[in-house]
Every structure is written in structure tokens, then in C-alpha cells.
Write a protein that binds this ligand. Structure first.
Ligand code: ADP
Ligand code: MG
Ligand code: MG
Ligand code: MG
Length: 400
């Protein structure tokens, strides 16, 4: 395919038709664009005769905000498909299979995961995902370890960093997560009911120091290849299966940014449970399930990461038990801090989450927002003192 242009449905079908491993025989195709249309087109193409399907995702060269279009490089499609391929090599079965990529057209042709549900939606509907903690911790431990200086040679890692330089998308994260929520930025989306809580954060110098330190880590640490946007809207689940999608924000950054994103989005759902649970007993059970998942994700991640290090670590000099313990302590603290920052930005920053925003009752929504803010700010302020995942559980439990 030649010069970049947004795909038509007919063109998307022609691309799908060429993927013989999914569609061995020709026939009628049906195409539907299922993306939210802000940044990317997502075409779902199916063949009714066989039931087979495929996804064609294409990056658009602009992003729609405030009713305006801002330019945004489509290089993120290359980053996304290279990250999916890398992650698939390192953690098989935990990302969609990539069938075809086209850098000029900014597209990725991938496995259809329509038999899964987006985890944010699944959690809102009360779903339980027994395999999730095991599988997402496997994804995080393997992708982070094997792209770090612990799991690959530092020379090879530096070469790999070059392929994932993602300045435009990193700038979006810098602004949305570490800047705008800490002053009266135009881009913030603040419900009038909680304006006092946002203003309190803008005046909180202790909080802003911790956010500045986290932002510095986000900017300068090239610890490992991150997914970069690992919220529950980027994770497809069934009770048996977990698949991570949408790594267009991938870059070499601090590992805690990815693990913190997972924990933050479980905690945002936790904060919304006054509405989503039918009664007090159900709410107690649901919150216990979510906090157990938070605990399991970290605990399993830590065990898997240490095992990889002990069995497959490439470093000799730094492979001491004392260094490993120190490294894991710092990684937990980063995770706690980034989890806090990712919680706060989803309450009154530019982009919210449906877990809280779709609560119809204004008073219940306000209580959920305030609870999420209490948890998020405590995590940020406490990040450098954290010594165990139980600190996160305690903060959420005491705030609720
Ligand atoms: P964006 O980067 O624009 O957020 P996503 O990659 O998150 O795009 O995809 C947007 C939506 O498209 C997802 O929430 C999901 O509903 C659908 N989708 C994306 N990838 C797949 C896939 N591999 N299989 C099935 N549906 C998908
Ligand atoms: Mg989207
Ligand atoms: Mg997405
Ligand atoms: Mg995306």
C-alpha cells in the first residue's frame, strides 16, 4: 500500500482477505468500525460463513480534543505493532497475534479477541477473573525483566531503546498524569462538586514534590520497555484468559509505571463500588475481591520477577541478594507512587474512567471521586515509605 490515507471499510476488507491463515477460503466479509474514533480507527472484519474474524487498527494523524484536531504522529502505530510483536515473543499468548503491519499506512492487522471482554467493562458488570492476577503478573514480570539490564545485555538493550523512542506519546502522559492535575489547567475536567478537592491538591506542596519526583523518574529512567498505558481498558479478559492490547504509549521507562497502572485501575473500580454493588454485603465482598487482586498482582509479580532474575539474570556483579532486595523495595515504592498518580488523574484530569463517570447519581459519584482522590493522594504521599503491598491495602481500606 502506498501513501497514508485513512482506510475505507472496503480497503479494510481487502486487507483482511489477504490474511490466508485466518481466511483460507474467500467469500463474503462484513466490516464494522468499532473504535472510539478519537485517535485510531479499529475495523472488525468477519466472514459470516466461517465465523472467523480479524482486527485492522489504523492510527489517525490527529487527535480530537476540545472539538479541535491536533496533529499526532502516526509513528505510534509502528511502536504499537513492534511492542505487540516483542511482547508476544517474551510472553507468548498474552497479547493478540500480529498478522501484518504497514508502517506507511500506520496499521496493525491482529487477532480478533471479540470472545474476550474489556476488563473495565467486565469489572463494572461484576465479573470475576480468577486467572487475571496470575496472567497479568506473568506478562509484567516477563516483559519488564527481559527488556531490562537484568534480563538482556546492556548493549543490546541500548540498541532496542532506539526502536521505542516515543516522544509525542510520552509528552501526552507527562501532561495528563504529572502536570495538568496539579494546577488549574484548561484541559482538566473537574466536576464542580469536587473543585475544592482539586484546589487542595494544587496547594499541597508535599503532594506536588512527590509528583515532581515521580515525573522525573518517568522522564529519565529507561529501566525497561513499558506497555505505557496498562489500564483495565487495555486488557481483554475471560475467566480463563488475559490479553493485553493497545501499547501505542510503549517506551523505555520505570517499571513501576506499568504495574502501578494495573493497581490504580483496580482501585478506581474499588472506589466506585458504593454504586456498583447491590447492597452492603455485596460491596464488602466486591471490595475484598478487588483488594485481593491488588495483593495477588504485586505478590505474584514479585515472585516471578525474582525467579527470572535468579534463574536467567545476565548480570553477575550486581546479582547479590542484597541488591535484589533493594531493587524490589524501590520497585514497590515506584509502583505505589505511580498507582497514586494514575488514580488522581482519572478523577478530575482530562480523561476519566467509566467506573466512576457512569455512576448516574451525582452524590454517589461525588463520594466515589472523593474516595479515589483520598486513596490516590495517600499513595502518592506514602510512596517512598512503602515497604509492603499491605501498605496499599491498608490505605484503600482506611479510606473507604
Ligand atoms: P485505542 O488506542 O484507540 O484506545 P484500542 O486498541 O484500545 O484503541 O481499541 C479500541 C477498542 O477496539 C477496544 O476497546 C476493543 O473494543 C476493540 N479492539 C481493539 N483491539 C481488538 C482486538 N484485537 N480484538 C477485538 N476487539 C479489539
Ligand atoms: Mg480509546
Ligand atoms: Mg485503548
Ligand atoms: Mg490507545
Amino acid at each position: 500500500m502506498s501513501h497514508y490515507h485513512p482506510l475505507s471499510e472496503a480497503e479494510a476488507i481487502e486487507i483482511a482477505r489477504s490474511i490466508k491463515e485466518v481466511f483460507p477460503q474467500d467469500g463474503e466479509f462484513v466490516c464494522r468500525e468499532i473504535g472510539d474514533g478519537n485517535l485510531n480507527l479499529v475495523f472488525h472484519i468477519t466472514q459470516p460463513a466461517t465465523g472467523a474474524g480479524i482486527i485492522v487498527k489504523q492510527a489517525l494523524p490527529y487527535v480530537k480534543v476540545f472539538g479541535e484536531s491536533w496533529p499526532l504522529t502516526v509513528d505510534r502505530a509502528r511502536i504499537e505493532n513492534q511492542a505487540l510483536i516483542k511482547q508476544g515473543e517474551i510472553s507468548p499468548g498474552l497479547v493478540p497475534k500480529v498478522y501484518k503491519t504497514d508502517t506507511e499506512m500506520a496499521l496493525t492487522v491482529m487477532e480478533d479477541l471479540s470472545d474476550h471482554v474489556i476488563m473495565r467493562k467486565g469489572l463494572i458488570e461484576g465479573g470475576v477473573y480468577p486467572a487475571f492476577a496470575e496472567q497479568i503478573s506473568e506478562f509484567a514480570a516477563r516483559t519488564l525483566f527481559f527488556t531490562s539490564d537484568l534480563g538482556m545485555s546492556p548493549q543490546d538493550k541500548k540498541l532496542l531503546v532506539q526502536s521505542f523512542v516515543n516522544p509525542h506519546m510520552c509528552k501526552i502522559s507527562e501532561d495528563l498524569i504529572f502536570e495538568e492535575p496539579y494546577y488549574d489547567a484548561k484541559a482538566n475536567n473537574i466536576d464542580e462538586a469536587i473543585r475544592d478537592a482539586a484546589e487542595a491538591n494544587w496547594a499541597d506542596e508535599e503532594l506536588k514534590l512527590e509528583v515532581a519526583l515521580l515525573r522525573e523518574k518517568f522522564l529519565v529512567s529507561a529501566q525497561a520497555l513499558l506497555h505505557g498505558d496498562l489500564h483495565t481498558g487495555s486488557i481483554f479478559v475471560t475467566p480463563e484468559s488475559t490479553k493485553v492490547i493497545d501499547p501505542e504509549f510503549a517506551y523505555f521507562g520505570p517499571m513501576g509505571f506499568d504495574i502501578g497502572a494495573i493497581l490504580a485501575n483496580l482501585l478506581l473500580n474499588f472506589a466506585a463500588q458504593e454504586h456498583w454493588s447491590a447492597d452492603e454485603a455485596a460491596r464488602r465482598d466486591r471490595r475484598a475481591y478487588l483488594l485481593n487482586t491488588v495483593r495477588d498482582v504485586w505478590t505474584l509479580f514479585e515472585a516471578k520477577f525474582r525467579k527470572l532474575w535468579n534463574e536467567q539474570g545476565t548480570d553477575r556483579l550486581l546479582g547479590s541478594a542484597a541488591f535484589q532486595d533493594d531493587y524490589m523495595r524501590r520497585l514497590l515504592q515506584d509502583t505505589v507512587g505511580f498507582a497514586g498518580a494514575k488514580t488522581v488523574r482519572r478523577v478530575y484530569g482530562f480523561a476519566h474512567v467509566a467506573d466512576i463517570d457512569s455512576i448516574p447519581d451525582a452524590a454517589a459519584k461525588e463520594r466515589a471521586q472523593r474516595l479515589a482522590l483520598a486513596i490516590g493522594t495517600s499513595l502518592i504521599k506514602g510512596n517512598r515509605q512503602a515497604s509492603s503491598i499491605e501498605d496499599v491495602i491498608r490505605i484503600a481500606t482506611e479510606a473507604a
